[in-house]
Design a protein around this ligand. Structure first.
Ligand SMILES: NC(=O)c1ccc[n+]([C@@H]2O[C@H](COP(=O)([O-])OP(=O)(O)OC[C@H]3O[C@@H](n4cnc5c(N)ncnc54)[C@H](OP(=O)(O)O)[C@@H]3O)[C@@H](O)[C@H]2O)c1
Length: 291
């Protein structure tokens, strides 16, 4: 049975180690964290593993998970390399969504196979996380042998692995995609709610109006794809309405409206005539009105 060392006994590390142990297909070997209290709590939560006080004491293992904050991954990888405990052929991985396997480069000269495994999941509370993790997509990137072994781990813990092709740039693009989807949708919701407030609509009605439309639109995007799901003044070529919107929006909201409007013109593609496209772009790129 493959063994796993856990470095960084936080939310993600505890959850993945718990799931690996619970699968019955992995043995938890060593647990090391910055504070011994976290390591001891992790051993209790996972129900397996031995706590070690420093990296140099960790036992050999087939898999090494560096579940430390993103900013500490490269440093801990260097410390681990200096400790000289990672066996040749071992698989070392981190779980950052933004960073690639090259953060672990210090371990490659030792013969380690390095990768990143990012579950698209929020591990806010490990006890809840392990109960709801099944079916989570997990992005893999890095050395081929490591990705193969980690795909087996992902399957064992109930996740769904997929491979990112293209190394470091692909990882950054992957993270940009997630950020746009998860974060910019929040910002866009807020801008729409503020604009509804500007229209004098009561907050509870504005919530129903804006969030209901977002839900309905997401279903359309899922079922039809983004281009076919597009409705509204831009895809209709209605530059006059777009100009009216810009006339009432405060200057703080105009840049976002204009930028998304231009992207929407591109998405509308040949549903717009050349003349309509030019009129829309002229309006969207017109001199911002000062408020
Ligand atoms: N949480 C999520 O939802 C989530 C989702 C996807 C990916 N991730 C990724 O998972 C990784 C861990 O995130 P997290 O949310 O689990 O963080 P976290 O809850 O803050 O846990 C990080 C752990 O790392 C330990 N640590 C910090 N510096 C260390 C060092 N120098 N040496 C050893 N241990 C150290 C901390 O130790 P002490 O407790 O001992 O102080 C802490 O327990 C990150 O790469 C993150 O991007 C997280």
């Amino acid at each position: 049975m493959p063994s796993l060392n856990l470095i960084g006994a936080g939310r993600l590390g505890n959850s993945l180690a718990y799931l690996a142990h619970a699968s019955g297909q992995y043995q938890i070997a060593g647990i090391y964290s910055r504070s011994e209290a976290s390591s001891i709590a992790a051993r209790e939560f996972i129900g397996a593993g031995n706590v070690f006080e420093n990296l140099a004491q960790l036992p050999p293992a087939d898999l090494w998970l560096l579940a430390v904050p993103d900013g500490a991954i490269a440093t801990v990888a260097s410390q681990l390399a200096q400790a000289g405990v990672v066996n040749a052929g071992a698989i070392v991985f981190h779980a950052s969504g933004a960073l690639a396997a090259d953060q672990l480069a210090a371990l490659s000269p030792l013969g380690a196979q390095c990768a990143s495994l990012h579950p698209a999941f929020s591990f806010a509370d490990p006890a809840r996380a392990v109960a709801t993790f099944a079916g989570t997509l997990c992005a893999l990137e890095g050395d081929a042998a490591a990705c193969e072994a980690l795909a087996r781990l992902v399957h064992a813990i109930g996740g769904v692995p997929f491979q990112l092709q293209g190394g470091k740039d692909a990882k950054v693009a992957y993270h940009a995609a997630l950020s746009m989807a998860a974060n910019y949708l929040v910002t866009l919701s807020d801008l729409a709610l503020q604009t509804a407030n500007q229209a004098g609509i009561a907050p509870e009605i504005a919530n129903q109006l804006v969030l209901g439309l977002i839900r309905q639109t997401l279903v359309n995007v899922e079922q039809l794809g983004p281009a076919a799901a597009l409705t509204g003044p831009i895809v209709r070529g209605d530059a006059a309405t777009v100009a009216q919107h810009l006339a009432v929006l405060p200057s703080t909201h105009q840049a976002s409206y204009r930028a998304l409007g231009e992207a929407t013109v591109v998405l509308a593609g040949d549903r717009l005539s050349d003349a309509a496209r030019s009129a829309l772009l002229n309006t969207l790129q017109s001199e911002p009105r000062s408020t």
